[in-house]
Design a protein around this ligand. Structure first.
Ligand code: WTA
Length: 636
């Protein structure tokens, strides 16, 4: 089926998708290989949440990502991998080779007792084997759960235990910039803590040795030698789980967002093709990590479903220098480039000399995702990377939405700095007030909700459907609540204002304030803590922690030691991505008489705003505010 090519196509498709969503999505689903056609397109209930798309349909998503392309694209590059170290050679997989690698690794999984419905956790560097293993899980009907390599042993253990995985896939080490992450030793500790893992299959990324548990640990390459190459795809129901991906919410425990097969496939392919206006010979590069939803939907599934060439990069934007991205763009003649605002800001700060060395003339479309992009970063990206020639698609979406929801369509919908602009066909956003009433009209702000199902929406939070209902479907009855605040301007364009709940967005990584507080509170001698996000030039948001310590602890430790140790505790419990930027030891937190922490005051102080706190008369001890203020100023 063709792409949306102009404003009129968009208007027509949007109208169709609202007037008759089932016909609209059925037509999209027709493009794929189904072993059995669906009986019903959509079944749903937003009040007592459940949703089913393409019920009765049977398929395997990897037949659509791989087998389907063997006839016409077998020698086309599917994955072009670039190593962390610029001196290392690229690795290229054609569709035929990727198909074979996936089938072979599927047999490795089977050989190690993995069956349909089993959970497999992956804690891997960004190597082709990660994409291969993800697809191998899908091929045999196992549910993959990828955990970002920046998470600590404790965080990994929590996720392994919650998913109930019996197999863990990892690597001995993972190079990133000038560091090497000891993935295997972190995995060892996590497996020990989590329990239940019977096999650990280890990809050998570097030559360094690692600790080995006989009977449990297996080398990836040795396992491959034991199996055949051919592997029939398992036939799955459209609503069979495809993967679990953990993400942070406003409560302490990360939740396992579960996506299923048919709807996710249809939606990620549709959005990939349309938003980026992908054309057959384009080289497409998304710089995300497969440990996040962006990597799932727009490095692996979306591009492969469309038969695209997807670049996969192991390293970081600033290694060996801040020209790394642009050198790769020129060398591989990348046409579509998709990254995060935090990366743009970091590179912007390094100066133009790293950009001016490169031509960047292959670029056609630029994209951003993960957090609001500020105007300066948008302009810089547009002018210096896109040379004023490439549309920027500012794509708003979430782990829970599975795919892009509100975004310009490259070259079709006009762009506007800092605006995600308009909903894609099939998406019906609304703004609601605190009481859940829809706010009509233009030039308004409210809580962003979606009022009708779309194919790739979250089905449940793993093992706890109540939590799914409570988190997304109970705040505003009858709507999916995104957690974001949003403005609809005079043109009807949407601008995401950031989270309205206790979720922070630090360098594009989602973190719950409660999650960080829980980690801090585990440090011995901490009585309680409160964490807030504050504006940070590069990271978007930084983490500010107010911590109350035991008086006995204060007597024996210096403040600076305490801060260092508290930060180390967070790194240990969650990972470096959650390390607070600032820790302030305070004598108490500003609490109301009912014991509720007044976070707005803490947010103001973190922002450096030392007055206009509003009404603080309901505080149990208003003098606390003064002392926190003084402490903050002293720390500056
Ligand atoms: C934020 C990432 C502004 C938003 C795909 C959302 C954005 C959260 C944008 C989801 C954008 C994502 N503009 N904010 N273009 N994209 N966000 O689950 O607050 O890691 O709720 O998914 O990131 O983060 P997640």
């Amino acid at each position: 089926m063709s792409r949306i090519k102009n404003l009129e196509d968009y208007a027509v498709d949007y109208r169709k998708s609202v007037m008759d969503p089932e016909a609209f999505w059925a037509a999209q689903a027709e493009r794929f290989v189904w072993r059995k056609r669906w009986e019903e397109v959509l079944n749903y209930d937003f009040l007592d949440y459940q949703v089913e798309w393409f019920k009765g349909g049977q398929l395997n998503i990897t037949e659509n990502c791989l087998d389907r392309h063997l006839l016409h694209r077998s020698d086309k590059t599917a994955i072009h991998w670039v190593a962390n170290d610029p001196r290392d050679e690229d690795r290229v997989y054609t569709y035929k080779q990727l198909h074979q690698a996936v089938c072979q690794f599927s047999n490795v999984l089977k050989n190690n007792g993995v069956q349909k419905g089993d959970r497999v956790c992956l804690y891997m560097p960004m190597v082709p084997e990660l994409a291969i293993a993800v697809l191998a899980c899908a091929r045999i009907g196992a549910i993959h759960s990828v955990i970002f390599g920046g998470f600590s042993a404790q965080a990994l253990a929590d996720r392994i235990a919650d998913a109930g995985a019996k197999v863990l896939l990892t690597a001995n080490f993972g190079p990133r910039g000038n560091k090497v992450i000891p993935l295997k030793s972190i995995a060892d500790e996590a497996v020990e803590k989590a329990g239940g893992v019977e096999k650990v299959i280890v990809y050998q990324r570097t030559t360094e040795e690692v600790n080995w548990v006989q009977g449990r640990d297996l080398w990836w390459h040795e396992e491959l030698e034991k199996v055949e190459v051919a592997c029939e795809a398992e036939i799955m129901d459209a609503e069979d789980p495809l993967f679990i991906l953990y993400t942070s919410g406003s409560t302490g425990k990360p939740k396992g967002v579960m996506h299923t097969t048919g709807g996710y496939m249809v939606y990620t392919a549709y959005t990939f093709r349309n938003v980026f206006q992908y054309e057959e010979n384009d080289v497409y590069w998304c710089t995300a990590d497969i440990g996040w939803i962006t990597g799932h939907s727009y490095i692996v599934y979306g591009p492969l479903l469309e038969g695209a060439t997807s670049v996969m990069f192991e390293g970081i934007p600033t290694y060996p220098d801040a020209g790394r991205f642009w050198r790769i763009v020129d060398r591989l003649k990348v046409n579509i480039f998709y990254t995060a605002p935090t990366a743009i800001r970091a590179l912007m700060a390094q100066g133009l000399e790293y950009v001016e060395l490169y031509k960047l003339d292959s670029l056609k479309v630029l994209g951003t995702v993960g957090e609001p992009i500020n105007r300066e970063a948008w302009e810089w990206y547009h002018l210096h990377i896109g040379k004023g020639r490439c549309p920027i698609v500012d794509t708003w979406w979430q782990t829970e939405t599975g795919g892009i929801m509100i975004s310009p369509i490259a070259g079709v919908l006009p762009t506007k700095p800092t605006y995600a602009t308009l909903p894609l066909p099939g998406i019906q956003p609304v703004l609601v007030d605190a009481e859940g009433n829809e706010i009509e009209g233009k030039g308004v702000e409210g809580n962003l909700c979606i009022k009708y199902p779309w194919p790739s929406m979250i089905r449940t939070t793993w093992g706890d459907h109540e939590r799914c209902k409570n988190t997304y479907f109970s705040t505003f009855k009858g709507y999916y609540f995104t957690g974001d605040g949003c403005r609809r301007d005079e043109d009807g364009y949407y601008r995401i204002l950031g989270r309205v709940d206790d979720v922070m967005n630090v360098s594009g990584h989602r973190l719950g304030t409660a999650e960080v507080e829980n980690a801090i509170n585990m440090y011995q001698g901490v009585v309680e803590s409160a964490v807030v996000g504050y504006p940070h030039e590069i990271k978007g948001q930084g983490i500010y922690a107010y911590v109350v310590c035991d008086s006995s602890k204060l007597e024996v430790s210096t403040i600076s030691d305490l801060k260092t140790e508290i930060m180390a505790t967070v790194v240990e419990k969650i990972g470096k991505i959650a390390r607070p930027d600032k820790v302030q030891i305070v004598r108490g937190l500003p609490k109301t008489r009912s014991g509720k922490i007044m976070r707005r005051i803490l947010r103001k102080i973190a922002e450096g705003q030392m007055d206009n706190f509003g009404d603080i008369s309901t505080l149990l001890d208003p003098s606390i505010v003064e002392s926190i203020k003084e402490g903050a100023q002293k720390d500056e």
